[in-house]
Every structure is written in structure tokens, then in C-alpha cells.
Design a binder for this molecule. Structure first.
Ligand SMILES: *[C@@H]1O[C@H](CO)[C@@H](O)[C@H](O)[C@H]1NC(C)=O
Length: 289
């Protein structure tokens, strides 16, 4: 192996490096992006690329993003508490502050070994939620990492699992429904005990002999507008007409078909069809679904 064969490899090495930097394959470093906010050592960042939360009888734990976001396409891989996770809840959500807060929620409700997790979703705008949709998943979310994504842009909020949209909350401001668009949100996650309600409505209690319970996170990726002292990192590009694609991303036909597939086969609760709960008529956004 002479010098020439070494140098002939250099260009491809450069290309790989440039490709990795240019694409979003490089996931962000957890130390830079998140703070463990509670849990007295039960939340941990390991080597910058893995984060774990744990829960025992004394406490759960949680983390929060350092950045505040105003629109974004945000991916995170989660591996949920395995085995008998009944009574535990892993919440992963975006939220603003104050009494008129906005919030976009994924909540994973644990279950007895072999029984399915429930993925609970909700959207709050200006302090009002009551927009639950719940799903079972088409895989065991404790066996491996899976990607949970939130696309939040001025048109809609889309919840996706491994690239399959499971829920779309459309911007229905035109019919008087407030849409999250004025308050920057942080990413939050926590693992806590909710055995007063989480599993079969509170019938199944947390089995503390299985503690500590642990959930893991990796491959965080945010294509997002970051708000710093009231200024969005996207506002410059907006005026120059070079908005990132996700900021106006719609569901194409394939994605709409996937959404229908997930809703038809895996949705177990939809507030928009719970007529007992809304005897006076469904919330207006339900007519846009
Ligand atoms: C737990 O398993 C039961 C039985 O399959 C199921 O009805 C329920 O939706 C599951 N999830 C929760 C959170 O109770």
C-alpha cells in the first residue's frame, strides 16, 4: 500500500464527511440539547447519545430541552419500560408555559407483561385540551427503539410512529378553533407513577418489586425553528423565501393512506366519536377530520 492508494481514498472520505454533516443523519448530542430537570439522579445522559429515565417507589424523573421551538419536525427514538410496566407512564411532549399553554402530547401507558401499551395523544391550545386519541401499536415498543415524531407547522400537527402518521390535528382557526402558533414550546419527557388511572383505569397497580423501571431515548433530531429572546431562527429564511420544506409539509397520498390504515386498525379511542361525552355536539375541529 503506497501513498498514492491512500490519497486516492481521501476524496471519498471527504464526501462521506460532507454527506454526514449536510444530511441530518448526525443526531444531536443530548448534553447540548437537554437538561435532566428532576428525579435526583434517576435521569441520566450516557456518552451524549443515550438518555435514560427511571422510576422507583420514591420518585420518577424527567428532562427538558434547552431550546424553545416555534414549529418543527422533531424525531426521537424511545424504548419503553419492558415487562410488567402497568401503572407507569412515559410522557413525551412539547409544551409552552403559563395558564393558556399549548401542548402536543405523546403518553405511553404501561401494561401487564404481554398486554399492549396504550399510546395516548392530545393537543392543547390556549390551555384547552380534551382532544384525546389513543392507539395500540403494531409492534412491541419495549423490544426495540422506535421513532416517534411530531411535525408542527402552520397547517397542522402530525403525530407519526416510525414514519407512519397516526394522527393529524389540522389548523382549524378558520372555524374558530385556536391553533398553537404564538407560544414557543420546549420538549419535555418524564417517567412517573400513575397507577391511580393509567392501566385499565387504575385497576392494575404498579408492581414495585419490578422497580426500577427504565425508559431509554436516542437519535434526537430536530429540524425546527428555535426561538431565542423572542426571535425565531426561521424568520430570516421566511422573508427570503427559502423556508425549510417541513414548514409547509402536507400529507401526501401515501401518508394519508398510512394515516387511514393506522386509524382504522390501531385507534382505540377518538374523542371525535365519543358522543356520550359531547351530548351537545362534537368540537368543531372534528368536522375537519
Ligand atoms: C392493557 O391491556 C388491556 C388488555 O389487552 C387493554 O384493554 C388496554 O387497552 C391496555 N392498556 C392499558 C393502558 O390499560
Amino acid at each position: 500500500m503506497g501513498f498514492s492508494s491512500f490519497s486516492s481514498r481521501l476524496p471519498s472520505l471527504y464526501l462521506v464527511v460532507i454527506f454526514l454533516i449536510g444530511s441530518s443523519l448526525v443526531s444531536a448530542n443530548f448534553y447540548d440539547e437537554f437538561d435532566i430537570t428532576w428525579g435526583d439522579g434517576r435521569g441520566k445522559i450516557i456518552n451524549g447519545d443515550l438518555l435514560t429515565l427511571s422510576l422507583d417507589k420514591t420518585s420518577g424523573s424527567g428532562f427538558e430541552s434547552r431550546n424553545e421551538y416555534m414549529y418543527g419536525k422533531i424525531d426521537m427514538q424511545l424504548k419503553l419500560v419492558p415487562g410488567n410496566s402497568a401503572g407507569t407512564v412515559t410522557a413525551y411532549y412539547l409544551s409552552s408555559k403559563g395558564s393558556n399553554w399549548d401542548e402536543i402530547d405523546f403518553e405511553f401507558l404501561g401494561n401487564l407483561s404481554g398486554d399492549p401499551y396504550t399510546l395516548h395523544t392530545n393537543v392543547f391550545s390556549q390551555g384547552k385540551g380534551n382532544r384525546e386519541q389513543q392507539f395500540h401499536l403494531w409492534f412491541d415498543p419495549t423490544a426495540d427503539f422506535h421513532t416517534y415524531s411530531i411535525l408542527w407547522n402552520p397547517k397542522h400537527i402530525v403525530f407519526s410512529v416510525d414514519g407512519t402518521p397516526i394522527r393529524e390535528f389540522k389548523n382549524a382557526e378558520s372555524i374558530g378553533v385556536p391553533f398553537p402558533k404564538d407560544q414557543p414550546m420546549r420538549i419535555h419527557s418524564s417517567l412517573w407513577n400513575a397507577d391511580d388511572w393509567a392501566t385499565r383505569g387504575g385497576l392494575v397497580k404498579t408492581d414495585w418489586t419490578q422497580a426500577p423501571f427504565t425508559a431509554s431515548y436516542r437519535n434526537f433530531k430536530a429540524d425546527a425553528c428555535v426561538v431565542t429572546s423572542g426571535k425565531s431562527s426561521c424568520s430570516g429564511s421566511a422573508s427570503s423565501g427559502s423556508n425549510p420544506g417541513w414548514l409547509s409539509e402536507d400529507l401526501d397520498n401515501t401518508k394519508q393512506e398510512r394515516l387511514r390504515w393506522a386509524q382504522k386498525n390501531y385507534m382505540i379511542y377518538n374523542y371525535c366519536s365519543d358522543s356520550k361525552r359531547f351530548p351537545q355536539g362534537f368540537p368543531p375541529e372534528c368536522s375537519m377530520a
